[in-house]
Design a protein. Structure first.
Length: 202
């Protein structure tokens, strides 16, 4: 698990640094087809697909109480379509049709894929992503996002490699006999679809 520790620590550190830099208020948000602001008619509309997959990093699960790694998966995807294209004081809403975690040390079953809200942040190089209603099961333990813990990611625009980046630290409440009271879903996704995209104010 040494590699998992290094990867997980790198992602957590990046998210903490980004959170410190991103102490800014969310504003109007759209996903733009061009790197321009205001985006205007170049905004992606409702029905646009958003796809994320693992690249360099694996998917890690951490016991929030002890800090120990619970599981590691080499494959994971997030797929959905924009339902609300955003606008003035409105985030971009992406209900997820699927969220997967496979090729794991221990089987993971995603019970509910949940949804994402993308919020543009003024003055920083990324957007905040809020995850909600994600629920998964490992063995007899069930984990679900809610109001008790934060479930966040940071979405970076499409880069020269042809994909955006989405590091996440999704904290979820645990339930079940002798199960952790909470667990983290930690990784960094590549976002190749849509391509390119740029998070902009409307």
């Amino acid at each position: 698990m040494k590699r998992a520790f290094v990867c997980g620590s790198a992602i957590a550190a990046a998210l903490m640094m980004a959170a410190a830099l991103g102490a800014a208020s969310a504003s109007a948000t759209v996903l733009c087809k061009e790197n321009k602001s205001p985006c205007g008619t170049s905004a992606f509309g409702a029905g646009t697909e958003l796809k994320a997959q693992l690249g360099t990093f694996t998917l890690l699960f951490e016991n929030m109480g002890t800090g120990q790694w619970l599981n590691e998966c080499s494959q994971s995807t997030l797929n959905g379509k924009i339902s609300n294209a955003g606008g003035v004081s409105t985030p971009v809403a992406v209900p997820l049709s699927s969220a997967t975690a496979s090729s794991c040390l221990h089987p993971v079953e995603v019970l509910k894929p949940g949804s994402m809200e993308i919020r543009y942040l003024e003055g920083v190089g990324f957007a905040e992503v809020i995850f909600s209603q994600l629920e998964w099961k490992e063995g007899t333990c069930t984990y679900s996002t809610g109001t008790k813990y934060s479930a966040i990611g940071h979405l970076y625009n499409t880069e020269s490699a042809g994909y955006g980046r989405l590091p996440v630290e999704i904290r979820a409440q645990g339930s079940g006999f002798l199960c952790p009271t909470g667990a983290k879903w930690i990784t960094e996704y590549r976002v190749p679809v849509p391509n390119p995209f740029y998070v902009k104010p409307s």
